[in-house]
Design a binder for this molecule. Structure first.
Ligand SMILES: *Cc1c(COP(=O)(O)O)cnc(C)c1O
Length: 397
């Protein structure tokens, strides 16, 4: 018999009651070191006092009004994000998938308004993840996402990840833009090199295309910059953000340059909840912490430390770690011959919470407030687990 809750998730049999900083506590009071952050969402950790206070204060004042009215906290959040990034303007959503939808509509409307109606197609990359809407799964072009949901919306040309020649070959009279994750998350923690980012920018410039970067997972401080593309010299036209942007409150954004957004005039797009006062209060509180001058440099240091420690871990356990991947606090371990899901369940029993990603990767997206002691603790758990597996066999549960 079907469960009342639609059974679309393979859930690990543990439920958490409370969280504090880097830790989650389950119903038995057991403490778990959180290296997943609810898919990279809890950037300030669990129950950060700044966020708790922001929610409490706003909840007693005003939760929601229609976007028919001015929402000053939204103006303020947009001004602050624009000042801190490439963007001139942005649209607030409740999720990453909606930010992607906004980005796709923005590209189409841009060309339409320039009298180039036919330029509606986006070139995207294999193993991508752009959310679960029909357009999002069509853009990702992965069979495991799309199977059974056809017909899919038209307008996406998927090329192999990072294959610049394939992108070049796909550009045609109907191409309106290129959309890519600067670091693939779900696909297996795969960064696009600076050179390739630049090559995509150049192709966009040469062909009058818009460059859309999906930074829903790699953005909002995860790599030690507000957005991951800031490690390159590339200026995008459109960037999608979500996950960390709300620190646990459902919030996303589609950021753009003035030119890229030029088609999105009154009446062209909207959302009932998107950008409501409660969400905007939390978004501003996240920025209160993230824009402190010491915050991102600290994330960079912790990210470097994590990557170095994972490299050393690989030296000790080459039999279980084929490759260390990632940038900053977006990290992955490619595991040979070990079911990553079984590995994750084994780690949960050890009070440690990494997750899986595609391509046999154990994924880590710890809260950005992590310090060295948590990295030490994680490495001790890894050492113990790998020693156990070597002695007693790899987990199969
Ligand atoms: C999570 C994610 C999305 C989808 O975001 P939702 O909030 O789940 O809709 C899109 N793109 C990337 C890169 C993501 O990591």
């Amino acid at each position: 018999m079907i469960t009342p809750l639609l059974p679309t998730y393979a859930r690990i049999p543990v439920a958490f009651e409370r969280g504090e900083g880097m830790y989650l506590y389950d119903a038995n009071g057991k403490k778990h070191l959180d290296f997943y952050s609810g898919i990279g969402v809890m950037c300030l950790g669990h129950c950060h006092p700044t966020l708790v206070n922001a929610v409490r204060e706003q909840a007693g004042k005003l939760w929601h009004v229609a976007n028919t009215y001015r929402i000053p906290e939204g103006d303020r959040l947009a001004e602050r994000l624009a000042a801190a990034s490439f963007a001139d303007t942005m649209f607030f959503t409740n999720s990453g998938a909606e930010a992607i939808e906004c980005a796709i509509k923005m590209v189409r409307k841009y060309h339409y308004d320039k009298g180039q109606k036919g330029k509606y197609r986006l070139i995207t990359m294999s193993n991508a993840f752009h959310g679960r809407t029909l357009a999002g799964i069509a853009a990702a072009g992965q069979e495991k996402l799309t199977k059974g949901f056809e017909p899919l919306p038209d307008g996406f040309d998927v090329v192999p990840f990072g294959d610049i020649e394939a992108v070049k070959a796909k550009i045609g009279p109907e191409t309106g833009g290129i959309m890519v994750e600067p670091i693939q998350g779900e696909g297996g923690i795969r960064p696009l090199s600076k050179e390739k980012m630049q090559a995509l920018r150049d192709l966009c410039d040469e062909n009058g295309l818009l460059l859309v970067l999906d930074e829903i997972q790699c953005g909002m401080g995860r790599t030690g910059k507000l957005f991951a593309h800031e490690w390159s010299d590339v200026k995008p036209d459109i960037v999608t953000a979500a996950k960390g942007i709300g620190g646990g409150f459902p919030l996303g954004a589609c950021l753009a340059t003035e030119d890229a957004a030029s088609g999105m005039t009154v009446g062209t797009h909207g959302s009932t909840y998107g950008g409501n006062p409660l969400a905007m209060a939390v978004g501003n509180a996240v920025l209160d912490e993230m824009l402190k001058p010491e915050f991102l440099p600290r994330v960079k240091d912790m990210g470097d430390l994590l990557q170095a420690r994972l490299g050393a871990l690989q030296q000790r356990h080459g039999d279980f770690i084929q490759e260390v991947r990632g940038v900053g606090l977006m990290a992955g371990l490619r595991m040979p011959d070990v079911g990553t899901r079984s590995a994750v369940i084994d780690f949960v029993e050890r009070g440690f919470l990494p997750a899986v990603a595609g391509d046999q990767v154990l994924r880590m997206l710890p809260p950005l407030i992590i310090d060295e002691s948590h990295i030490d603790e994680a490495m001790e758990i890894f050492d113990a687990a790998f020693d156990d597996w070597r002695k007693n066999g790899t987990p199969t549960g």
